[in-house]
Design a protein around this ligand. Sequence first.
Ligand code: TRP
Length: 445
Amino acid sequence: MSLTRVLTGITTSGTPHLGNYVGAIRPAVAASRAPGVESFYFLADYHALIKVQDPARVQRSTLEIAATWLACGLEPDKVWFYRQSDIPETNELTWLLTCVAGKGILNRAHAYKAAVDKNRTEGEDDDAGITAGLFMYPVLMAADILLFNANQVPVGRDQIQHIEMARDFGQRFNHLYGEPAGKEFFSLPEAVIEESVATLPGLDGRKMSKSYDNTIPLFAPRDTLKKLIYSIVTDSRAPGEPKDAGNSNVFQLYQAFASKEETDAMRRAFADGIAWGEAKQALFERIDAEVAPQREKYETLIARPADIEAVLRDGAARLRERYAIPTLQALRAAVGLRDLSQVSTGVAKKASKAAQPVFKQYREADGRFYFKLVDGDRVLLQSTGHESARTAGQLIGRLKQEGGGALHRAEAAAVHMGHDLVGHLHEGVELAEVVQALELFAEDA
Ligand code: TRP
């Protein structure tokens, strides 16, 4: 039975807050214990550099997020837990993917487009202040995912486009370097959107988010947690006045931490006119009951940063050896970054049998007979269908004998020999390459 690979990255650009906990950390830790999955959790610190150019903050955030995941129950001997920048193969793969990624696709990335739109409304140059890092963000993210052939990537809605791009780049690479053998270097990932997971409101009622500065840090000390919860904005209904649970951020926060029974009881209390102070006290107690034991672990962990460093390094070292290094070795060879000593030293032009173009004959599902001219991993020419293997073979014979001189290119990629349609050039192939390949057969003859 093969395991489903689930992979998730967390950008190390801030301090984990209750919204991260409810939306990502809590469900991910629960999912890591499911049977049949191999989980990958990593700290996306290369991604952090795109947004944060304050080194101390990147370091602090990396420590806090690592300690948070461990405190919340992630078990580094059961899942892959690592730091992106400890896997240099990620960077290497980023370049290989950069060379197949369409620039036009990157132009359409939401984050980049939003930055351009902002410049336009402000009357600035389109790309003012936009780094190439922001532009390349989706390629780096695709490398994170494709390096480990992740099948599922749990993400927020804002990240769906990035998963689609990873699929696109992976598919292009498979197509370009996997043909004609049909080799699949990469599995294509799917985004997993957890519909049932709540989006938490922040202190001001908008979505809890670092960019709105309305967050409640997950492991704020107890008295800070209490103070922050008491500062949540509410309407001005007095004690005794019925309150609308459906529209209350205090209620929504409560619901994210409470059981069904507790939630129902709180809904009734709202209808009965619970005072805001009382509702906030209940909310504080409910959250604190859940996070207090984890907060204690967190404080112990974060006081020993060297231990966390050791956990991360160990995870990355094992992961590189098991997957990243061998994968990159195969990918380097696939694209032609190869050991030169493996080139045989005959006459350059006829280097080896394997390096010579060949005709491959086959029969399609339509019952007709086809051939293609293949040079190494590259298909040059694809024939039209023939009634019999014999007529296909005869045409190959003529091509070998007469060489490319008799060929000419007609409309689109169609290749003719005299009046006869021979076949079509494969995408991106020029007629000259076919002519050159046929020259080698002529010399043999
Ligand atoms: N871009 C993601 C975010 O901001 C973080 C991330 C980086 C990621 N690489 C990833 C998520 C790979 C999933 C898979 O949320």
